[in-house]
Ligand binder design. Structure first.
Ligand SMILES: [Zn+2]
Length: 81
């Protein structure tokens, strides 16, 4: 004998089956259950936000010229074994 009841979803208030067939009981859906558990806002379901890249480099072309000529070192310090 299985007693199937209808309960209101604690989150959205819709009727949901309080039955073994409803794994999200007493919530109506997985979404409501996750929200109630706090997992919804925990980043698992977070929508990736595309922000405009605010770090653009100025191409002034008038940087220190020493940086360009300082990259000529042959880094072969370790002897081969
Ligand atoms: Zn619900």
């Amino acid at each position: 004998m299985t007693t199937i009841r209808e309960v209101k979803c604690p989150l959205c208030g819709r009727l949901s089956l309080y039955a073994p067939t409803n794994p999200y009981r007493p919530f109506c859906s997985e979404r409501c259950r996750l929200i109630d558990l706090g997992e919804w806002a925990d980043g698992k379901y977070a929508i990736p936000v595309h922000k405009e890249a605010q770090s653009y480099q100025e191409e002034s072309g008038d940087e220190d010229e020493a940086i360009l000529s300082n990259n000529d070192a042959d880094g072969d310090s370790e002897p081969e074994s």
